[in-house]
Write a protein that binds this ligand. Structure first.
Ligand code: SF4
Ligand code: SF4
Length: 105
């Protein structure tokens, strides 16, 4: 659970100065909210993208799995999260099958 104040109207956010683009958070997200985008200036040539914030269910699995404390989830009292939909669940599967990369480039 994040103790940081969420940026306005944002359920989940990434500190790009800490993210090493390891894919771990993408692999645990059940709702297809996260994916990696190409980023030439990053060591691994990628950076985490909060691609579908409207589908975040606030489970905190991404925050709890990040080894670098680079991703944060808003407090449940500060943000109304959505429910996990069949579409979001399928998108999560599609992103993982797409090697954790964004589906639309
Ligand atoms: S788990 Fe952390 S370091 Fe890895 S991609 Fe996600 S935010 Fe970046
Ligand atoms: S809080 Fe849960 S649903 Fe939201 S981005 Fe993190 S892992 Fe995905």
């Amino acid at each position: 659970m994040s103790i940081l104040k969420a940026p306005e109207n944002v359920p989940v956010w990434v500190d790009e100065t800490r993210c090493k683009a390891c894919d771990l958070c993408v692999s645990v997200c059940p709702a297809g909210v996260l994916a990696m985008r190409p980023e030439a200036s990053s060591i691994l040539g990628a950076m985490l993208e909060i691609e579908n914030p409207q589908s975040c269910i606030g489970c905190c699995d991404c925050e709890l799995s990040c080894p670098d404390f680079a991703i944060h989830v808003a407090d449940k009292k500060e943000f109304k999260f959505s429910k996990l939909t069949d579409e979001a669940r399928q998108r999560a599967i599609d992103i993982k099958n797409n090697n954790y990369k964004v589906l639309k480039v």
